[in-house]
Design a protein around this ligand. Structure first.
Ligand SMILES: CCCCCCCCCCCCCCCC(=O)SCCNC(=O)CCNC(=O)[C@H](O)C(C)(C)COP(=O)(O)OP(=O)(O)OC[C@H]1O[C@@H](n2cnc3c(N)ncnc32)[C@H](O)[C@@H]1OP(=O)(O)O
Length: 158
């Protein structure tokens, strides 16, 4: 059954963390594994909101640590859906450190592929995506290329 398409804004998700001592690694910076866990949760919520289904992470396609974050920083994670296939959704998660003046410094960008699952845990069709802005259309076009590239890589056993 064809499902009603949704807007990018319908599933946009924001998570805030204040960095505590338990999030910091031996070098005094935010532990990357902790950040990946938060990123995965944000992407999971975006995918659940878009699909209305349980989801699983199929791939973390790209993960770039751009700058460090430190104890007591305010961390802002923003997840947006960028592309949908038949059963998969690509989610981009941007992470920033927000200073006391509200300025946000980018510390990480990640793209994840989430797959919607039916009650038998099998991949199931997801709603289409309504693109409204130039940025959303540009992300979709690059997402389309990445989707094809991933398929190609899987066929090659990469
Ligand atoms: C103090 C703190 C300490 C912290 C310490 C560190 C912690 C650091 C935490 C890190 C956190 C990490 C993130 C964990 C994330 C989970 O924990 S989620 C649980 C783990 N993930 C799983 O179990 C998924 C396992 N995989 C599967 O179940 C199946 O491969 C899948 C994903 C359901 C796909 O099933 P399939 O039979 O391949 O189905 P198929 O119809 O061929 O493909 C379905 C769709 O998936 C896409 N797809 C399939 N495989 C792939 C792939 N490899 N790539 C991209 N797309 C794919 C296909 O293109 C297709 O898309 P559409 O063309 O339909 O749009």
């Amino acid at each position: 059954m064809m499902r009603q398409p949704k807007h990018v804004s319908d599933s946009k998700t924001e998570q805030i963390q204040i960095l505590m001592p338990e999030h910091i690694n031996g070098a005094g910076r935010l532990f990357g594994g902790q950040l990946v866990e938060w990123i995965d949760v944000v992407a999971g919520v975006v995918a659940r909101r878009h699909s209305g289904c349980n989801i699983t992470t199929a791939a973390i396609d790209n993960l770039q640590f751009k700058a460090g974050a430190y104890a007591n920083d305010t961390l802002v994670l923003i997840g947006r859906i960028t592309h949908v296939g038949r059963t998969s959704m690509e989610v981009r998660v941007d992470t920033y450190v927000e200073d006391l003046g509200g300025f946000r410094r980018a510390v990480n960008r990640a793209y994840l592929v989430m797959v919607a699952l039916d009650e038998k845990e099998q991949p199931t069709e997801v709603p289409g995506l309504i693109l409204e802005t130039e940025m959303e259309r540009a992300e979709w076009a690059s997402g389309e290329r990445r989707h094809e590239l991933r398929k190609q890589r899987r066929m090659e056993g990469y």
